[in-house]
Design a protein around this ligand. Structure first.
Ligand code: ADE
Ligand code: ZN
Length: 327
């Protein structure tokens, strides 16, 4: 391992908790909940993880999430991820969850929320890891369904810092969710959105102008529009980049071709994240190792990425400062 990486404190800002469901846990939960999976072994689950694009991943990701049934399941899922954080010097994490993936199959919102937040509370007291929770709307579903989900979340507002937008990007531009995001902001939520992963730079502009996001999730296609790059640099709008995800989903052919260093050298606020670690071959530590091995990054680049992760977080300035003092 790169010597710097074993000690660097980090925050993670782009992790779908359902994407941390490891095959071992998927098979164990299927057994305990009496659910039939289309695989006969953990190895068969792993072998299926060969993706051509975002949609081919999402199909398996939503199928895998069906094993999550009880509050205990959501707790176990989240706790396992937080233990990984503790082992990899991840001091703060802002976690996405997709309530519609669960409520649409009859699992109550409270079951999902309570399991996740119980693990987050314990991580704070037992592991010293701070956290935030971000509710993502599934963009392949309707704007009306997103609005209904937002209304369902209002009683839980104390534990949800922001709303986001994920799932199939192409054909579902941010503009589709303008009214929902207006309402979310009026209710006091911060906003983020996946944009420019597979979708064009125009979707990044829409996320900024129409959804008024604080961060762009992915955003790597911004380089196709110089005016957009200039805007992102001037306003230091963070990009939560996910290197292993981008290679697994064929956004880049190889890690050596990833544009993360180019984005940093253009003056953008880039952070490194794992996206769906159980599906893409690694958690935050493995993402840092992969970029350090494949790209001509200096130690200063690596330190900058880790510092950016705190600066781009939804922590208060005082909390950010406390973490930044550790560098
Ligand atoms: N849901 C989980 N991972 C995602 C990704 N990388 N892009 C869009 N939606 C997602
Ligand atoms: Zn994502």
């Amino acid at each position: 391992m790169h010597p710097l990486l074993s000690t660097l404190p980090k925050a993670e800002l782009h992790i779908h908790i359902e994407g941390s469901l490891e095959p071992e846990m998927m098979v164990a939960m299927a057994q305990r909940n009496g659910i039939k999976l289309p695989y006969d072994s953990v190895e068969a689950v792993r072998a299926a993880y060969q993706f051509e694009h975002l949609q081919s991943f999402l199909d398996l990701y939503y199928a895998g999430a069906q094993v999550l049934q009880t509050e205990q399941d959501f707790y176990d899922l989240t706790w396992a991820y937080l233990q990984k954080c503790a082992a990899q010097q991840v001091r703060h994490t802002e976690i996405f969850f997709d309530p519609q993936t669960h409520t649409d199959r009859g699992i109550p919102f409270a079951v999902v929320h309570d399991g996740i937040t119980q693990a987050l509370r314990e991580a704070r007291s037992q592991l010293g890891i701070s956290s935030g929770l971000i509710l993502c709307f599934l963009r392949h579903l309707s704007a009306e369904a997103a609005m209904a989900t937002l209304e369902e979340a209002l009683p839980y507002q104390d534990s949800i810092i922001a709303v986001g937008l994920d799932s199939s990007e192409l054909g579902h531009p941010p503009a589709k969710f303008q009214a929902v995001f207006n309402r979310a902001r009026a209710e006091g939520f911060l906003t983020v959105a996946h944009a420019g992963e597979e979708g064009p730079p125009e979707y990044i502009w829409e996320a900024i102008r129409l959804l008024k996001v604080s961060r762009i999730d992915h955003g790597v296609r911004c380089v196709e529009d110089p005016a957009l790059v200039e805007y992102l640099a001037e306003h230091q709008i963070p990009l939560t980049v996910c290197p292993l995800s981008n290679v697994k989903l064929c956004v880049f052919e190889s890690m050596a071709q990833h544009n993360l260093k180019q984005l940093m050298d253009l003056g953008l606020c880039v952070t490194v994240n794992s996206d769906d670690p159980a599906y893409f071959g690694g958690y935050l530590g493995e993402n840092f190792e992969a970029i350090a091995a494949a790209l001509p990054l200096t130690p200063q680049h690596l330190v900058q990425l880790a510092q950016n992760s705190f600066k781009a977080s939804f922590l208060s300035s005082a909390e950010q400062e406390a973490y930044l003092k550790e560098f």
